[in-house]
Design a protein around this ligand. Structure first.
Ligand SMILES: [Zn+2]
Length: 184
């Protein structure tokens, strides 16, 4: 990964364009720049936190903040690939500590609920079922497929085909699909 052009220590997260100039920045430098420009204080926030999931397993999340002209975004990103991810959005002058608490609450609620149950046929073959006839997931890029995305449910990746198989028990029923921002 490229290093930040400003502090040269952190990995690049943002491609920043200003006055026909373009820079590759880490989130810290980007936030400092934006906070300065938008006259927002960068409240000190914890960098990570851990919470237990529905199985009592500890999950660790990094807190990622982004200061943008349209508002502040806070994300809790699990420290594993294709893990849980939660986000909240606030106004530019929202209290960032309150936002962090809100994010942790959202994460706690998200972790507490199991949506998919994995069971086994007598022959040992694995199958997944939806516990409450519905799921909320995150759409992620599937490196192993160029025709369909991965869906992250319960902090685990499911291929589009696996999601499709879960739908097979619902033949004859209707389905409603709605795509919305992670912070909603
Ligand atoms: Zn930097």
């Amino acid at each position: 990964m490229n290093k930040c052009e400003h502090c040269s220590s952190n990995d690049v997260k943002v491609h920043f364009d200003r006055d026909a100039e373009s820079m590759l920045l880490c989130l810290n430098c980007f936030n400092k720049l934006m906070a300065d420009k938008l006259e927002v204080d960068l409240e000190p926030l914890i960098e990570s936190f851990s919470l237990k999931d529905y199985q009592g397993m500890n999950r660790t999340f990094f807190v990622e903040r982004q200061i943008l002209p349209q508002g502040i975004y806070l994300e809790a990103v699990e420290n594993v690939k294709f893990g849980y991810k939660f986000g909240v959005q606030g106004e530019l002058h929202s209290n960032q500590t309150d936002m962090l608490n809100q994010l942790m609450e959202k994460t706690r609620n998200g972790l507490a609920e199991q949506q998919v149950k994995t069971e086994f046929f007598p022959n040992g073959q694995k199958y997944n079922t939806l516990i409450h006839d519905q799921f909320t997931g995150l759409i992620e890029y599937d490196e192993g497929s160029n025709i369909a995305p991965l869906i992250i449910i319960d902090g685990k990746p499911f291929t589009w085909e696996e999601v499709g198989k879960m739908m097979m028990t619902y033949e004859g029923f209707q389905i409603k699909v709605k795509v919305y921002d992670m912070t909603d």
